[in-house]
Design a protein around this ligand. Structure first.
Ligand code: DHE
Length: 506
């Protein structure tokens, strides 16, 4: 069908949508009880895949099949309609966000954990197959609770610094608060319409939500999920920008934002005396007056760092003084020193590095970091003193995630893409040699690793709807247990996350 024909067909598609879909997915396609149906949220769900869901529904969800009510042409028309970008970026103000707050009426806070398991060794498993999270006892691997999340959770859940609460975000902007001690959902609020990820402030008081739609950063109070501020993200030249991601920089007492549509990095203070905005942190006065212009003061003050081109997908040095970001072409890494507020080095990283999955460790007396590449079967290992490339480790295909633990001699690297997606490499941190390649579920995607608190076990996902989490002895590399799970994706151990353990990407 031509564009003109599609446009002509649109009114009837819109009418069909309003008649059959809007009751759950919202009149403006922005979501309701069902997820938002806009290209930004649908991602790779388009064409025949989307038509199949409309026709047949989704098992174990509220999504019913419509093949008995709609013809194949009508289903195709609805599919094309929801694939069309919205004509106008909708508003999502502080008031609108606050109105969306839903609290669990049955929630009862607990003064201490209601279970005997070590609360610091709890591991959460995000099960994207049926939009749930399983709460695992990290010693016995018993499932203590399993709760429903909003649709399509993405990115790492963020724990409060004491490990008592966790916050989980969905691609259509809902942020859910869960009380680990009482094993209960506290509530949820819609912080954006299409969101990327969340970050926790150093003191656990604020949660930042990076949004694509609208082009804003939302800041929530972690205490009651109220929306404190929605900040428009507009570059110095007036261009509104999507926020690729927001990161927590606890030592700096700030959030760091990657702007997708502008050559700027933003730093937002999470305390009135935040590092970047007082003398102690800005060691050098290399940042010009012009660059400093626009720096603000107080809580949530913003500082702009000007760079040559937009960068995203950041890896941070453990002291949060430097970050490496990837350029749009995915062929180089740019090192930005956050203290002086400018790029200080570049390194060649062809094949789309996935720096957000990077991890670092000590090797031969100096610190190295490693990153997988989404388009090349290699891991790049970089010396963090002079930002030189130490080694490219050849893998059986491009990978997505890396993980280690301070007590483990190994890095675990998946091979997410291609015919070897069922393999998992285990690499010696000192020799940088692959010591073993695991093949626990031939033909299935095997990905993402998390360790238990002391690093003695490694948990690996079989990333399929009838998948599992495999527990490995992290020393012998032998399988200990297999826990059936619905498309388990990321796994997050309370202790490793709140202590920013060496082997975990932040
Ligand atoms: Fe992710 C983390 C961006 C596609 C699963 N992903 C992140 C983070 C960012 C990011 C910025 C860090 C956020 C954080 O944890 O605070 N992801 C992107 C993309 O730009 C990309 C390539 C395209 C997109 O659709 O947005 C992308 N991501 C995916 C997937 O297709 C994955 C495999 C399946 C899914 O659930 O969508 C996926 N991303 C994940 C997971 C994490 C993540 C499981 C958290 C990893 C961790 O261990 O912390």
């Amino acid at each position: 069908m031509s564009v003109a024909q599609a446009a002509e067909a649109e009114p009837s598609a819109a009418a069909l949508f309003n008649e059959h879909c809007a009751v759950c997915h919202g009149e403006g396609r922005l979501g309701g009880t069902g997820p938002a149906l806009i290209p930004e949220t649908l991602g790779r769900m388009y064409g025949p895949k989307l038509e199949k869901v409309i026709a047949e529904g989704r098992p174990a969800t509220q999504m019913a099949g419509f093949s008995d009510q709609l013809t194949a042409e009508q289903i195709a028309a609805i599919s094309r309609y929801v694939e069309t970008p919205l004509a106008e970026v909708p508003r999502w103000s502080v008031e609108m966000a606050n109105e969306s707050l839903e609290l669990n009426p049955d929630y009862k806070p607990a003064k201490a954990p209601v279970f005997t398991a070590d609360p610091m060794n709890i591991t959460l498993v995000v099960e994207t197959g049926d939009h749930h999270v399983s709460v695992l006892d990290g010693d016995t691997f018993e499932v203590l609770d399993r709760f429903a999340t909003p649709f399509a959770v993405h990115g790492g859940p963020k724990f409060s610094p004491d490990g008592h609460y966790v916050f989980i975000m969905s691609r259509d902007g809902w942020v859910q608060k869960y009380d680990i001690w009482s094993l209960q959902v506290v509530g949820q609020v819609r912080a954006g319409l299409n969101s990327r990820n969340i970050a926790m402030s150093h003191d656990g008081r604020w949660l930042a939500v990076a949004n694509y739609l609208p082009r804003t950063l939302t800041i929530l109070s972690t205490e009651d999920l109220s929306v404190v501020t929605v900040r428009d993200v507009v570059a110095r030249d007036g261009t509104p920008s999507r926020v690729s991601a927001v990161y927590q920089a606890p030592q700096r007492e700030s959030f760091v934002l990657a702007l997708k549509d502008a050559p700027e990095i933003w730093e937002i203070a999470t305390s009135p005396n935040a590092g970047p905005f007082h003398d102690g942190f800005v060691h050098s006065h290399e940042q010009s007056m012009e660059e400093q212009l626009g720096a603000e003061e107080g809580l949530f003050a913003r500082r702009r760092i000007l760079i040559d081109e937009p960068l995203d997908d950041f890896f941070f040095s453990p002291d949060y003084r430097n970050l490496i970001g990837a350029n749009r072409d995915g062929d180089k890494g740019v090192v930005v020193n956050l203290d002086v507020g400018r790029a200080i080095s570049e390194l060649p990283l062809p094949g789309m590095p996935h720096l957000g999955s990077g991890i670092s460790w000590e090797r031969n007396g100096s610190r190295v970091m490693a990153t997988p590449h989404l388009k090349e079967g290699v891991l790049s290992v970089i010396d963090m003193k002079d930002w030189s490339l130490v080694r490219q480790i050849k893998t059986m295909g491009p990978g997505f995630f890396l993980r280690s633990h301070e007590n483990s001699p190994y890095v675990w690297a998946d091979v997410f893409f291609g015919p070897n997606k069922d393999k998992m490499h285990v690499i010696d941190k000192q020799s940088l040699e692959i010591v073993k390649t695991l093949d626990p579920a031939p033909g299935k995607t095997v990905a993402h690793v998390e360790f238990t608190k002391d690093g003695s076990y490694a948990l690996v996902s079989i990333w399929e709807d009838d998948g599992a989490v495999i527990v490995y002895d992290a020393k012998t590399l032998e399988e200990v247990k297999r826990l059936p799970m619905r498309k388990p994706s990321g796994k997050y151990n309370v202790w490793n996350k709140i202590t920013f353990d060496d082997g975990t990407s932040h």
